[in-house]
Ligand binder design. Structure first.
Ligand code: BGP
Length: 487
């Protein structure tokens, strides 16, 4: 049997996409609180207010008008404000995870619950208590928390007043934040991830046509600050508790050459360096890779570093490499090759794989390939901390949800995991994304569901928030109970 006895089966979520209670318990406004709902065809919007009081909304990730300040406004629907109400229903949800047999649960901490603006000296007690209670509840069932410190969610104050991660000051704010977490939850949490999909700033320029070159330059500066912050967090975590294990988390952009034409192979190699390895190399190997200066030069980035930064990065390498994996795509030297989407990625369309309703490629074999590829490069434990199928589910009149497509998707990926483990890869955990339905990050929809647990909540904000076990719930329960044997 391939899966080791201590293999960590579980599921993954993020605070902003599930907690709701956006202004409860002293929580500050987060950058994600100003995002409206979108859809497959309509982007999410960021709402803002101008100095003269006029209000507006701009497509997410586009430039706001000069002088605009992001704000929560009346008359807009913000799906994260209520999420799936995990804040009030975590006990029920954790009981359901336990019923499925989870060994590990990936979640994130809303920075704004602990430090509402991000700059305070003293943490907010109500926020600390909330997460303590969640961890205690998990402990009751023997479920290990896997905690992402920053999952796409920064106090809005830090964005607006300090300019976000471009500003070196955030390294200190994050240091204070993460130190509080390591001290406060010592003995309750031992698995940590510093930044969710840390490579995402580099992926933006690939997704959005005409992405401004200044923003790409900024991305390298932002990442430098996050690398330093992450390395510092790794060291702090180890100092505070030698049991702590801190992972790098990188969006699993896995690209194949569209053809075996040498030009395609070369373009692919470059894309993989830029889109995945750049971040993983720094965080796992502890130094900037040889191709970094070429990438900086191409966009004119001149990174501001402090003298001790490279040493800090060297001393704070990650204990494990974790990544999200939804799909693969291709790279081609031919700019006119038909494209396909995926999680934070755009690439040439692969004629040999199928695509989901949201146009994301489905390629379980790619997971086996990717795991082998990463392990041969880094040789440290790996965790697949996101994977899953966003699909439309139908709640039947009898209260059941039949989701064979999700079972097929996950089954394929579990088989790929098993094969990779048989290949000799050290994979420690599998936490499918959105193990309970939650708000989609890219579209803000509820309709794009990933869960084993259905949540009665609709895109228009209606619904009871009731939790309903889908067919995949019982299937995954069986998989875990048989340690991956009964698929
Ligand atoms: C990743 C994010 C998650 C999650 C997932 C699925 O990029 O880390 O937060 O949302 O993708 O994406 P979506 O919700 O857009 O379907």
């Amino acid at each position: 049997m391939a899966f080791p006895d201590n293999f960590l089966w579980g599921g993954a979520t993020a605070a902003n996409q599930c907690e709701g209670a956006w202004n409860v318990g002293g929580k500050g406004i987060a950058s994600s609180d100003v995002s409206t709902a979108g859809s497959r065809t309509k982007p999410r919007y960021t709402t803002y207010i101008m100095p003269d009081g006029t209000q507006g909304a701009a497509a997410q990730f586009s430039e706001l008008p000069e002088g605009a300040r992001m704000a929560v406004l009346d008359g807009y629907f913000y799906p994260y404000h209520e999420g799936i109400d995990f804040y009030h229903r975590y006990k029920e949800d954790i009981a359901l995870f336990a019923e499925m047999g989870f060994k590990i649960f990936r979640m994130s901490i809303a920075w704004t619950r602990i430090f509402p603006k991000g700059i305070e000296e003293t943490p907010n007690q109500a926020g600390l208590d909330f997460y303590r209670n969640v961890f205690l509840e998990l402990k009751k069932y023997g479920i290990e928390p896997l905690v992402t410190i920053q999952h796409y969610d920064v106090p809005l104050y830090l964005e607006e007043e300090l300019g976000g991660w471009k500003n070196r000051e955030l390294v200190h704010c994050f240091d204070r934040f993460s130190e509080v977490l390591f001290r406060e939850y010592k003995g309750l949490v031992k698995y940590w991830l510093t930044f969710n999909e840390i490579n995402s700033p580099l992926l933006m320029s690939k997704i959005f046509p005409n992405y401004p070159i200044e923003k790409q330059r900024d991305a390298y500066q932002i990442l430098h600050h996050q690398f330093v912050a992450s390395a510092r967090a790794v060291r702090r975590a180890h100092e505070i508790d030698s049991e702590n294990q801190v992972g790098a988390m990188v969006a699993g952009v896995c690209k194949y050459p569209l053809t075996c034409a040498p030009e395609d192979v070369l373009v692919t190699q470059k894309a993989r360096q830029e889109e995945f390895f750049y971040c993983a190399d720094v965080m796992v190997r502890g130094e900037y890779p040889y191709y970094a200066s070429k990438l900086w030069k191409e966009c004119g980035a001149q990174i501001q570093m402090e003298p001790q930064d490279l040493e800090e990065i060297r001393q704070g390498t990650a204990d494990m490499l974790t990544f999200s994996f939804y799909s693969t795509s291709c790279a081609s030297a031919d700019k006119n090759a038909p494209t396909s989407g995926g999680n934070l990625s755009l690439g040439a369309k692969n004629p040999y794989i199928s695509y989901s309703e949201w146009g994301w490629g489905m390629d379980p074999t790619g997971l086996r390939y990717f795991l082998n590829d990463l392990y041969s490069r880094y040789g440290i434990p790996l965790m697949v901390v996101e994977n899953g199928l966003g699909a439309i589910d139908k709640l039947e009149d009898d209260g059941s949800v039949h989701d064979p497509y999700r079972i097929d998707y996950i089954r394929g990926h579990v088989k790929a995991l098993e094969a990779a483990i048989e290949d000799g890869v050290d994979v420690r955990a599998y936490t499918p994304w959105g193990c309970i339905d939650l708000v989609s990050a890219s579209t803000g929809e509820m309709a794009k569901r990933y869960g084993f647990i259905y949540v009665d909540r609709n895109d228009d904000g209606t619904g009871s928030f009731d939790r309903i076990r889908k067919d995949s719930f019982y299937w995954y329960q069986k998989v875990i109970a048989s340690n991956g044997k009964d698929l």
